[in-house]
Design a protein around this ligand. Structure first.
Ligand code: FAD
Length: 446
């Protein structure tokens, strides 16, 4: 298997169109919202793609001509009207934590920084409405004051809710509630690039805008679901033997009520974690957030698989620390410590546990982080981050093929094009963005 096709791009709009658009935008929403400083443009034209040694080498590096920072929905509507009229590319950006270069403006033009389009507008009985640049942690904190919680939280809790819906998949809460397409998103307001401006969407109509990297429209307002909070307790445990930790994780997947998150990793990961979360440098670790009513059962699961409970804490900060070390965050700490050494691949399926030795043999020196997850029918479906020393791009993609032969859903996060529901997104973008100005290069177009 070779690397997937990539939609190459470079600057697509003529200089005079870009210059005219920037001048009109400054006039429409104010010069303070338009950043032209080269250092700021360069810095904001990047995201966390540096996690991938492949993307560090292959991602077309283009710097936006201007960073535009709207503070109201009307600002976004005005910017999009001008950009459409001039055919100038617009790449939305939340907090820039995407790790595939999704928020990199590969065709230059305007980088639309949505991080100041913030504010919680309404908290209903089971829904919360906020502007797209609001940080997810702020939504969660506001809900927790009322005894409620978001259904889903990515480990990047400081990222924006709009960026999570446009670039993310799931996180804490996913064991019980699945991914962002599974009922979390109740409504969105989107600014389209087809002259219609702002539209309100509900139900299945939101789907073409989820995990679409902003290629179908700019999300400006979201309404997502919340539920009663649980009496959460954080449990940290160490295991001499990672096989025991893996089996304990599988038992936690079946636990009722479901843990909010459960993660385990080999000792190498723990050594790169922030100090309070490193247990022992030479043991595997397991972290979970569970309902207090299940604590005794959890302690017994850990002990019966050879683990030692190191810490039990009943506080919001402790819970957030565990949530912020799941999924790609464990990988991020490891790779950030030695960026030239590692690459990572993602996989889902029970073979991560049942055929663990074969999985780890795919790449020499591979190590593993696992998160608990259930399939839609409730059966265990662990998610794994496999990290290994980087040799060549071909070796990564050959290894991903081998993981699939082992029965896993596997992907290598080393490509910047959208990777899910491509037909739906392409059909939608043909209508909502006929000039192809939204985040060019991320969606194959016919
Ligand atoms: P950005 O990275 O700025 O943008 C993400 C994508 O959405 C880009 O394509 C951008 O163009 C587009 N976009 C941004 N805002 C909008 C908008 N308002 N309208 C339309 N398009 C928009 N993801 C998970 O799902 N779960 C995790 O647990 C998780 N953990 C992560 C851990 C680490 C260490 C890293 C580096 C990444 C992780 N991610 C995770 C991926 C990513 O960080 C999240 O999806 C995050 O929520 C993205 O939010 P952001 O505000 O940083 O968006």
């Amino acid at each position: 298997m070779t690397a997937p096709d990539r939609t190459e791009t470079g600057r697509t709009a003529p200089d005079h169109a870009v210059t005219a658009a920037i001048a009109e935008i400054a006039q429409a929403i104010g010069t303070a919202a338009v950043e032209l400083d080269p250092e700021a443009r360069e810095r904001l034209s990047r995201d966390e793609y540096r996690m991938s040694p492949v993307l560090r080498r292959t991602l077309p590096v283009v710097v936006a001509d201007a960073v535009v920072t709207p503070i109201s929905v009307d600002d976004v509507v005005a910017v999009m009207r001008i950009a459409v009229a001039h055919g100038v590319p617009v790449t939305p950006r939340g907090k820039g934590t995407g790790n595939y270069g999704q928020a990199v403006p590969m065709a230059g033009g305007i980088l639309l920084d949505l991080s100041r389009l913030t504010g919680i507008e309404e908290i209903g009985d089971a829904s919360i409405t906020a502007l797209a640049g609001t940080r997810i942690v702020q939504l969660e904190q506001a809900l927790r004051r009322d005894g409620r919680q978001l259904l889903l939280l990515p480990s990047t809790m400081q990222s924006t809710i709009g960026g999570f819906l446009a670039g993310g998949t799931g996180g804490s809460g996913s064991i019980e509630h699945g991914f962002i397409e599974d009922g979390f998103v109740l409504a969105i307001d989107v600014v389209l690039a087809d002259g219609r401006g702002l539209v309100h969407l509900e139900g299945d109509d939101v789907l073409p805008y989820l995990h679409a990297y902003g290629t179908t429209g700019i999300i400006v307002r979201v309404t997502v679901a919340h539920e009663p909070e649980r009496d959460w307790t954080s449990v940290l445990a160490s295991f001499e033997d990672f096989a025991g930790a893996r089996r304990a994780l599988m038992a936690l997947i079946a636990l009722e009520p479901a843990p909010r998150i459960a993660s385990t990793d080999m000792a190498e990961f723990g050594r790169a974690f922030p100090k309070p979360m490193t247990l022992h440098p030479d043991t595997a670790s397991l972290r979970t957030v569970v309902d207090r009513s299940a604590l005794e059962e959890v302690e017994s699961i850990i002990a019966s698989h050879g683990g030692v409970v190191e810490r039990v804490e009943h506080s919001l900060p402790a819970e957030f620390q565990v949530c912020m070390l799941g999924f790609n965050h464990a990988t991020w700490h490891l790779i950030s410590a030695e960026p030239d050494r590692w690459f990572h691949a993602e996989a889902m399926g029970t073979a991560l546990v049942e055929r663990a030795d074969e999985v780890l043999a795919v790449w020499p020196g591979a190590i593993q982080h696992l998160d608990a997850m259930r399939d839609r029918d409730g059966s265990p479906m662990p998610i794994g981050m496999i990290v290994a020393p980087y040799t060549t791009e071909a070796a990564i993609f050959e290894g991903v093929e081998r993981l699939r032969e082992l029965g896993l859903f596997a992907s290598a996060p080393h490509s910047w094009t959208v990777n899910r529901r491509i037909d739906l997104l392409t059909e939608t973008a043909a209508v909502t963005d006929p000039r192809g100005i939204l985040n060019p290069g991320k969606l194959p177009r016919g």
